[in-house]
Design a binder for this molecule. Structure first.
Ligand code: DNO
Length: 361
């Protein structure tokens, strides 16, 4: 696996690349172009600019998260063809710059959803938190306002202002889109982009819905092993793969994380791994916790072992961290706890590797 760290570029991210470079075992940066509106082409020069910054810091830039999918594609509107064409040009530009994996999601309207961005944990740290009961009593627009308020002045990934400005209209448009329609729209998108991805050597990696169930009545399909299996077969190509995220899919205890990671890694469809821990308090109520947490719901060791046993060589990153040691940063994307996460995951990997190569030591 290729240990990676998400970075939002020198304008949006206050963590310097030089600090990321100092995390033991850190190799690769996961980033994106943030100033181009969703649906428009990412210019080659802009991609090269971020690549050279990352490489100057001694890291590689092989992974993009995310090239977001325009809402018209998810809705299946006639204008989607233009956006799919643009998407293909962006893929070609990324491939030319050496990018190998492109992550994206297919969640209607919202990206990841939380009800609190700084829930205090028993140790005094704060973490992202989700409570389904709160969502049930909330207007979507209020959630958007709360997310913005809690974001410490940062623009949260997937919560870009331009996309959410038309939230009421988006909800109206989704009235006619159920899960089957969303599957059909995803198939149309994949049929449009996978041939280009194959041609230029890009591996497409769809991110699970977070949380993996319908929120505000909107359809969600990237939620379970059965649906993931269906998605990789919509266009049956190795370029059509997954970005599995343990903290997203794992919020539903019916999703067996080590088994799902192992299965898709073995079948060559896992292109990107997000490994993080959560604690489920009751169905639909969970908090993000440290990667190493004694009292948690996911087994980090079992997930890393499943990836190791499947010879997973793709990018892997620690995901959302808590806020610790007084750090003030983008919720989920501070330096300290994600660095601890990376080191913990590297430690697990090294130990698994040592045991496999020299059992008995
Ligand atoms: C949030 C992230 C998501 C993720 C996208 C992938 O922190 O996990 O925004 O990057 O859903 O497209």
């Amino acid at each position: 696996m290729l240990m990676s760290f998400r970075w939002y570029g020198s304008k949006l991210d206050k963590i310097p690349l030089s600090y990321i470079r100092q995390i033991p075992g850190m190799k690769n940066v996961v980033s994106a172009i943030y100033h181009i509106p969703v649906g428009e082409v990412w210019p080659y020069e802009d991609i090269l600019a971020i690549k050279s910054q990352i490489e100057a810091a001694g890291l590689t830039f092989k992974t993009v998260e995310s090239v977001n999918v325009h809402e018209d594609i998810k809705l299946g509107l006639p204008s989607r063809d233009r956006y799919i064409e643009n998407y293909c040009i962006t893929l070609k530009n990324l491939a030319k710059a050496g990018v190998e994996v492109v992550c994206y999601n297919f969640m209607p309207v919202f990206d990841w959803t939380r009800t609190e961005l700084a829930k205090e944990l028993p140790d005094g740290s704060t973490a992202l938190f989700y409570n389904e009961k709160v969502i049930k009593g909330l207007e979507p627009a209020k959630l958007v306002a709360d997310m913005e308020k809690g974001a410490n002045g940062f623009e949260l990934p997937g919560w870009e202002k331009d996309r959410l400005a038309t939230i009421k209209k988006s909800f109206e448009l989704y009235q006619d889109v159920d899960e089957e329609k969303l599957f059909a729209n995803l198939k149309y998108f994949l049929a449009g982009v996978i041939p280009t991805a194959e041609e230029c050597g890009i591996k497409m990696a769809i991110h699970p819905d977070d949380p993996p169930w319908s929120v505000f009545g909107l359809p969600r399909i990237v939620t379970s092993k059965v649906n993931l299996e269906r998605i990789v077969k919509l266009v049956d190509s190795p370029a059509n793969g997954l970005a599995l995220c343990s903290g997203s899919l794992g919020a539903n205890p019916a999703n067996n994380m080590p088994e799902i990671f192992g299965h898709f890694a073995r079948t060559g469809r896992l292109h990107f791994a997000h490994v993080r821990n959560i604690k489920i308090y009751e169905p639909g109520v969970f908090s993000e916790v440290a990667h190493k947490a004694d009292d948690s719901s996911l087994d980090m060791y079992a997930i890393m072992k499943a990836l190791y046993d499947a010879d997973f060589t793709g990018p892997l990153r620690p995901d959302h961290g808590r806020m610790i040691w007084g750090e003030e940063g983008m919720p989920g994307y501070g330096l300290y706890d994600r660095a601890l996460g990376a080191v913990y995951l590297n430690g697990l990997w090294d130990a698994i590797d040592r045991c496999a190569k020299a059992p008995g030591i």
